[in-house]
Design a protein around this ligand. Structure first.
Ligand code: PHE
Length: 360
């Protein structure tokens, strides 16, 4: 008769030696499986006397339970070890900084348009838009520039082609954002406060001029809006936009067919060393044209000039972007040079800061 104590030690050793779940399963089958050693010994019970069977049966059951318990414990230990190994292998430091990924940047024109919009929104202006291909009526006539007016020549206009035999006046690429004044008045009526940012086109090209550039029009119509309101609005805007206490603006008497009186506005700046600085220096850069809306323009917009009056201005977005961010050459804005875009572009999170910029 096999010595159960020896058997027990042998099986428990084999359980302890099993190095992985497959080996452990083999041990289980060999010991406790249908044809395993313990099962075979159970079969021998049939040939014993009832007394022998009772003691032997109990001993075998105990042995079976012990091996079974050892198998379970070993399985858990193996599983734990496997999990530990995996955890070690797949360990991840979630506190590491993310890898830098190449990203696009926001073009200075888009950035500045956002900034301008935010500042004027704070002063109660909403945004209006119009088409870039414009009828000559909206671009000129409605703005008090009749067909033979010399101002038409000054605009260096791009004309659209007409079909052969169609002798209506050609559409134009709008030369300024002022036609949106008319559209906004027609759509919204008075009183009114809008800005109209967008692309405009003129045949012109040098360090500060490109054939396509950006303007933002401003229009405020009310019962008693005056030149004083215009001046305050522009100064307040410049303070907020350039984020400085004092910017120096120069209002020069000027002439536009669509405003009376009219003023051009220059800002003090410094060009020396190829870097632009604002608020200091001996140079002036013209940034906008402005004035009180001409009665004929109000009429063209369907607003009664005996009841309403207001101011308008048209400002170069690219110009003020150059000034604020010290960009010396306008032409580079539209060359799509990635090095330039990476240098002057903005990250998506660079939101305009107008904190403290506006006094109320
Ligand atoms: N439209 C003018 C320009 O492009 C600017 C302007 C707008 C002037 C509104 C006065 C009033 O130069």
């Amino acid at each position: 008769m096999t010595d159960l104590a020896t058997l027990r030690t042998a099986w428990l050793d084999r359980v302890a030696d099993a190095a992985d779940p497959a080996a452990l399963e083999e041990v289980r089958l060999a010991a406790l499986g249908k044809k395993g050693e313990v099962a075979l010994m159970m079969r021998e019970l049939g040939r014993m006397t009832p007394e022998e069977r009772q003691t032997r049966g109990a001993e075998l059951n105990r042995l079976k339970d012990e091996i079974d318990a050892a198998l379970r414990a070993r399985r858990l230990a193996l599983e734990d070890a496997a999990l530990d190994a995996r955890l070690k292998g797949e360990w991840l430091d979630v506190t590491l900084p993310a890898r830098p990924r190449p990203r696009g940047t926001i073009h200075p024109v888009s950035q500045v348009t956002e900034e301008v919009t935010a500042i004027f929104a704070d002063m109660g202006f909403s945004v209006a838009e119009g088409p870039q291909v414009e009828s000559d009526w909206f671009n000129f006539d409605a703005l008090n520039i009749p067909p033979e007016h010399p101002a038409r020549q000054e605009h260096d206009t791009f004309f659209m082609a007409r079909a052969e035999g169609d002798d209506r006046p050609p559409h134009v690429l709008r030369t300024h954002t002022s036609p949106v004044q008319i559209r906004a008045m027609q759509e919204l009526g008075a009183p009114l406060r809008v800005i109209c940012p967008g692309r405009v086109y003129r045949m012109d090209m040098d360090q500060t001029h490109t054939p396509m550039f950006h303007q933002v029009e401003g229009l405020a119509i009310g019962r008693d809006i005056s030149m004083a309101n215009l001046k305050w609005t522009l100064e307040e805007f410049c303070r907020a936009f350039f984020e400085v206490e004092e910017v120096e603006l120069r209002f020069r008497a000027s002439h536009f067919p669509f405003t009376e009186p009219s003023a051009e506005v220059d800002i003090r700046c410094d060009w020396s060393g190829g870097q632009l600085k604002i608020g200091v220096g001996e140079s002036w850069l013209e940034i906008l044209g402005s004035g009180m809306v001409h009665p004929k323009v109000l009429e063209a917009g369907g607003v009664d000039p005996s009841q309403w009056q207001g101011f308008a201005f048209g400002m170069g977005i690219d110009r003020i972007a150059m000034l604020k961010y010290g960009i010396p050459d306008l032409r580079a804005f539209f060359e799509s040079d990635l090095r330039w875009l990476r240098h002057y572009g903005f990250a998506a999170g660079d939101v305009p800061s107008i904190e403290g910029g506006l006094s109320r």
